[in-house]
Design a protein around this ligand. Structure first.
Ligand SMILES: Nc1ncnc2c1ncn2[C@@H]1O[C@H](COP(=O)(O)OP(=O)(O)OP(=O)(O)O)[C@@H](O)[C@H]1O
Length: 259
């Protein structure tokens, strides 16, 4: 049995356009994996296809068997709530499969712990519609986590967060996957955040898998130039982790947004 997520020869078409081409990928449980790549590279399409939102060909398994919706926590890009619910109610709804007419103490406790770990306890009784973009993002992330999915698919889930909350969330997700033998795949544009917190990266380019592995092995200055269309240098930070220092975009873009 292959442990974790196995994707074999996945192809995804949206409308009539082939977007993701022939992706074969094996990711172990217990890892935080950043899915990176320039605008239009196919990150959201890959995550959406894994979540079952887009039809895909190929074979996808978790620990050797087919993925089921209850195993997946998918947070699409720019996810928002316009319903008249409080942050606490949204977190409780994350447990809807087990929520009866009476909310159990254990369910309230789980919601309270999640609010605490996301540093949003003060927002518990605030209506979602009154929250800022970043505050909503934290609540919606908590709603996914509280269901304890095996496969977390997070599409730019830290894009509206300040730096301290970004670090808190990345650490929380790392702890979550390790504790629950789960896998998180996060589409993310902040390469330095990805470098610091990811166990591995998946680099997409024009709908294809360009590279996979630990950031320090998979990311090179040549790839930053060819895939992202920018000149940059890679330096070690004080702990030895790679940091990207962007210098300038190339005169003629090579990234997939220009395709
Ligand atoms: N419904 C659609 N029909 C045809 N093409 C689409 C459709 N939706 C998205 N695309 C195209 O698919 C490609 C991949 O889009 P996708 O959103 O997966 O990229 P991404 O890597 O997540 O980009 P970004 O970083 O900008 O969010 C893009 O070229 C986009 O224009």
């Amino acid at each position: 049995m292959t442990r974790g997520l196995m994707i074999r020869q996945m192809n995804v078409t949206r409308g009539k356009t082939p977007i993701v081409h022939d992706v074969t990928l094996h990711l172990q449980p217990g890892l935080l994996v950043s899915c990176i790549g320039p605008n239009g590279a196919g990150k959201s399409t890959l995550l959406g296809a894994l979540a079952g939102s887009f039809a895909a060909t190929g074979k996808i398994t978790w620990n050797g068997t087919a993925l089921t919706p209850s195993m997946i926590g998918h947070m699409p890009q720019q996810c928002r709530v316009d319903a008249d619910l409080t942050a606490l109610q949204v977190l409780l709804l994350g447990q809807h499969e087990t929520l009866g007419l009476r909310i159990k103490n254990s369910q309230m406790d789980a919601a309270g712990e999640m609010l605490q770990s996301l540093d949003i306890m003060a927002l518990a009784n605030r209506p979602m519609t009154s929250l800022s973009g970043g505050q909503q993002q934290l609540v919606l992330l908590g709603q996914r986590l509280i269901r304890k999915p095996k496969l977390l698919l997070l599409d730019e889930a830290t894009s509206a967060l300040d730096m301290a909350h970004q670090m808190r969330v990345m650490q929380l997700i790392r702890d979550y996957v390790q504790k629950n033998d789960a896998l998180a795949i996060m589409a993310i544009h902040d390469l330095n955040l990805a470098a610091r917190y990811s166990d591995e990266i998946v680099l997409m380019h024009a709908g294809r898998l360009e590279a996979k592995g630990p950031f320090a092995d998979a990311m090179t200055e040549e790839r930053l130039e060819r895939v992202y269309g920018m000149r940059a240098i890679l330096l070690p930070d004080i702990a030895g982790a790679p940091v990207i220092v962007p210098l300038h975009p190339l005169a003629s873009p090579t990234s997939s947004i220009a395709a």
